[in-house]
Design a protein around this ligand. Structure first.
Ligand SMILES: *Cc1c(COP(=O)(O)O)cnc(C)c1O
Length: 404
């Protein structure tokens, strides 16, 4: 059944490329830190002790494996396909991000670093990083745009409770992109003592490789769980795509299983014009941003475009480089759901399944609500529920008029 085209899929190559994408476009001064990280990671990956330690904390601190939950009522509501939810929303701190933050904290420990740097948009990655920093006793600084600091005051307080210093970034749009730049600047000056925990499958090599491998536990578990419950592989996997870490984590262990469709859902925002969305594959083109070559939303002069999404986690101009390759290879279908569709899915999952999804994850659910007729009643799909929506309640309150 399997075609040979993907049987020898093994990216990135030694130079960190996914064919045309990825690579390592950074100032010379950062190269030693990236080389140290790559070397440490490659050694750790071959060391059973490292995997034992990682798995110990995944199981006992993060709460893995997360359930693969049969959404019986949503399945009935749509009259099929059979819908399974991969419950990353049940992870400690509320999303898949902790899988990666934990793995990188263990690498930082191996490198003898004493301080952690991170960037955060909505605060999810910041909270995950602050959490592992507290657990392992690292000093921790999180860069966050000033606009985001005001929008996400409770997450700032949460990081502070965990002993992390949140540093406001006032450049440009004062959001995630500028926060990443500040974090990189800090790292250039401090890499002797500090490790930079990048939050998605983005940035210069080796980050897209490392983040994907720490997240692929999602797909490995899902594969085992669906085979236990359904005895066959699913017909489709659906995940939202911000930087691309929860989606690549789910997709990667299935790349060679070409009978399994894979659908990546980007943020359609509130319109199709540049600046109104974060759909990189329909509106972007090849460029370089923050260390990696990939699809990027930019204007005709190559200026990075503003983006919009109701979900901060999907609101970024670049997509992880492995997704660009999977797009070219047509192995993953990339599409989008807009703000209103995500809000609708957010409500339906609450009402029908008793589950409060993150607005990011609601984009994946929204795609299926719109496209369920592509499947027959007895086909099965797995939706990655990347996080829980407690963080989104006040935003939803502003947007949803409930008729009670
Ligand atoms: C950050 C985040 C995302 C988007 O990031 P990816 O790297 O694309 O996974 C999606 N869902 C949730 C809940 C998030 O916190």
């Amino acid at each position: 059944m399997q075609t040979s085209k993907f049987n020898d899929y093994s990216f990135p190559d030694n130079s960190g490329h996914f064919e045309n994408y990825g690579g390592c476009f950074v100032p010379e001064t950062l190269i030693p830190a990236l080389e140290e990280l790559e070397e440490t990671y490659k050694k750790a990956d071959k060391d059973p002790e490292f995997h034992k330690e990682f798995n110990y904390y995944l199981n006992n601190f993060v709460g893995r494996p997360t359930p693969l939950y049969f959404a019986e009522r949503l399945t009935k509501y749509l009259n099929g396909p059979k819908i399974y939810l991969k419950r990353e929303d049940l992870c400690h701190t509320g999303a898949h991000k902790i899988n990666n933050a934990l793995g990188q904290a263990l690498l930082a420990k191996r490198m003898g670093k004493t301080r952690i740097i991170a960037e955060t948009g909505a605060g999810q990655h910041g909270v995950a990083t602050a959490t592992v920093a507290a657990r392992f006793g690292f000093k921790c600084v999180v860069y966050m745009g000033e606009v985001d600091i005001h929008r996400q005051a409770t997450n700032v307080f949460r990081m502070n409770l965990l002993g992390t210093e949140v540093r406001p970034v006032t450049a440009g749009q004062k959001t995630l992109k500028e926060a990443v730049s500040e974090a990189i600047r800090d790292w250039i000056a401090s890499s002797g003592s500090s490790h930079y925990i990048l939050g998605s499958a983005l940035g210069p090599h080796p980050f897209p490789l490392i983040v994907r491998n720490f997240q692929k536990t999602i797909g490995e578990e899902a594969k085992k769980q669906i085979l236990e419950q359904e005895k066959v592989l699913p017909d489709a996997l659906i995940a939202c795509v911000g930087g691309g870490s929860n989606s690549i984590g789910l997709f990667h262990p299935f790349i060679k299983d070409t009978g399994v469709r894979m659908i990546g859902v980007e943020a359609g925002g509130n319109g199709e014009k540049l600046g109104e969305h974060a759909a990189r594959f329909s509106g972007g083109r090849l460029g370089i941003l923050q260390g990696t070559k990939t699809y990027i939303l930019q204007d005709e002069n190559g200026q990075i475009s503003n983006t919009h999404s109701i979900s901060a986690g999907l609101d970024y101009a670049a997509v992880g480089p492995e997704h660009s390759l999977l797009y070219d290879l047509k192995r993953v279908e990339y599409t989008s759901a807009d703000d209103n569709e995500a809000l609708e899915a957010f409500q339906i999952l609450n009402k029908i399944e008793g589950i409060l999804p993150a607005l990011e994850s609601s984009h994946a659910v929204a795609w299926l609500l719109k496209n369920h007729k592509q499947f027959t009643k007895d086909q099965t799909v797995v939706i990655n529920l990347s996080g829980r929506g407690d963080k989104d309640i006040s935003q939803a309150l502003e947007r949803i008029n409930l008729e009670v």
